[in-house]
Design a binder for this molecule. Structure first.
Ligand code: ZN
Ligand code: ZN
Length: 479
């Protein structure tokens, strides 16, 4: 038995199927409607069956009815047999009737197992839609011949060819990163220094904040209040240096602090220690500050385009922070110890974030960063989209309507990068993502970058004509 994935649209079209019986693979088939309970709620699913197997599902239902009667009969029959035979088989040491009753119950139920297995073989597994994930449905219990015929018959519909005069010269976007050496070292040095400095401050100050130093219990209300301060700092610096002086940012940070203290108060009422929560925000605030006040501004304004250097700086800052805290933690415990757990997590996170940030496409004309715009998700697979985008045939997408909500599994997503100042004189990059199965169950749509493509400047006019940017819907490039 085999299974295959197919677009749900294909399931309902009666003439898309190859002439091959889903059960036996024989030719001479007619499309048969699948009973709804086998179709996972997709109305009008049709599969081809030969004359012999046309009644496959009705047959299955009939056989499973007979089967369940057999199972129900098998249990009392074998139970009765055990009851009658037990005294003869158990011999003189059989003991009292309890053993007889237990044997009867156990053997009576066990008899259902072999009978059930035999019946399963006889009824066969019904051909059915097992799962629907994104645009794709998984059909199981078909024969291998049919599966092969389907994969040969369903070649995804192609996009129309673009006329030659509207086909752009395209290459993969592989810029030569030219980070000024001094900026590079400034970034790395600032990351290490700031990390160490924050570690020293948080570490020494933390020694004074531990419960026994303050004469407090770990579930004291004071820790609920104290949690507000670092939470407010996170809210304040989280917006970045250009917003620090704004009244709205200050008011917002007070709100974040009060909100967090409220959450910790609820947690305290549920008898969890507020001290732990205070410790977490206390150790977290410097990490947020490192990213938004040190790493991001230097990378962004210093135009650091060296991904590895930016990634290494993102790693060294929390590493220095946690290292200094560790050195101080030998003098005594305190809320700063939470940095020993948060630090290593931040190493991975900030390395990845800043590597990616430094690899944002940039304009070769003015050396600024390009602005990112999500064009949208396309109901087309990577196999269809990749040749069109990489071949410069963006015009092939003229009839496509991208959707703005999150891409479904099996679909693709398109993003454009262009220079706000230079427009079509500047660099234009298209980025294609494939939406693949992710998560533990394989049902979470997960974007996987296929590649970035360098388009000639004038292509921007075509892109904006085909997919006009919505007013005010611009997504910033991160800066
Ligand atoms: Zn057949
Ligand atoms: Zn530019």
């Amino acid at each position: 038995m085999a299974q295959f994935d197919i677009e749900t649209d294909g399931l309902t079209s009666p003439d898309g199927w190859p002439d091959s019986c889903a059960r036996c693979g024989a030719a001479g088939t007619t499309p048969v409607k699948l009973p709804e309970r086998y179709a996972k709620g997709i109305p009008g699913v049709r599969l081809p069956f030969c004359d012999r197997h046309r009644a496959d599902h009705a047959d299955f239902a009939r056989r499973s009815k007979i089967g369940s009667v057999f199972i129900l009969l098998a249990m009392p029959v074998s139970a009765a047999a055990t009851w009658v035979l037990h005294p003869h088989l158990a011999g003189p040491n059989a003991g009292d009737d309890t053993a007889r009753v237990i044997a009867t119950v156990v053997f009576g139920l066990l008899a259902a197992l072999p009978v059930g297995l035999l019946l399963l073989l006889w009824t066969k597994t019904p051909i059915r839609v097992l799962a629907v994930v994104g645009r794709f449905a998984t059909v199981v219990a078909v024969c291998e011949k049919f599966r092969d015929a389907v994969s040969a018959a369903f070649v995804p519909a192609k996009l129309p060819d673009a006329p030659d005069e509207l086909t752009f010269e395209v290459s993969l976007y592989r810029p030569k990163p030219a980070t000024p050496t001094d900026t590079g070292w400034l970034l790395f040095g600032a990351a290490a220094t700031a990390g160490g400095l924050f570690g020293a401050l948080v570490g020494t100050f933390g020694l004074q904040l531990r419960p026994d130093a303050l004469g407090l219990e770990r579930n004291s209300w004071w820790y609920v209040l104290m949690a507000a301060a670092p939470a407010a700092v996170i809210g304040w610096v989280g917006l970045g240096p250009s917003h620090l002086a704004r009244p709205i940012a200050i008011a917002g940070s007070v709100f974040v602090g009060v909100l967090f203290a409220g959450i910790v108060a609820v947690v305290k009422l549920l008898t969890f220690s507020p001290y732990i929560w205070f410790a977490v925000v206390y150790a977290l605030a410097p990490l947020v500050a490192l990213q938004t006040l040190v790493l991001h501004p230097i990378i962004w304004h210093g135009r650091v385009r060296h991904g590895l250097l930016a990634g290494a700086s993102g790693a060294v800052a929390p590493l220095a922070y946690a290292g200094v805290v560790y050195a101080i933690a030998k003098l005594g415990s305190g809320p700063q110890s939470a940095a020993l757990i948060l630090g290593p997590i931040a190493v991975l996170l900030l390395a990845g974030v800043n590597y990616d940030k430094a690899r944002t496409p940039f304009c070769t004309r003015c050396d600024g960063w390009l602005t990112k715009r999500r064009i949208g998700a396309f109901g087309r697979s990577r196999a269809v989209m990749e040749p069109a985008i990489s071949g410069g045939e963006i015009v092939s997408l003229a009839r496509e309507t991208p959707y703005q909500k999150q891409a479904a599994i099996g679909d693709t997503e398109l993003t454009s990068y262009s220079c706000e100042g230079c427009g079509q004189q500047g660099t234009v990059v298209l980025e294609l993502h494939d939406c693949v199965k992710g998560g533990k169950q394989g049902t979470t749509p997960t974007l996987k970058r296929v590649d970035r493509y360098l388009y000639p400047g004038p292509a921007l006019l075509v892109v904006n004509k085909l997919f006009p940017p919505e007013e005010g819907a611009k997504a910033g490039g991160g800066g």
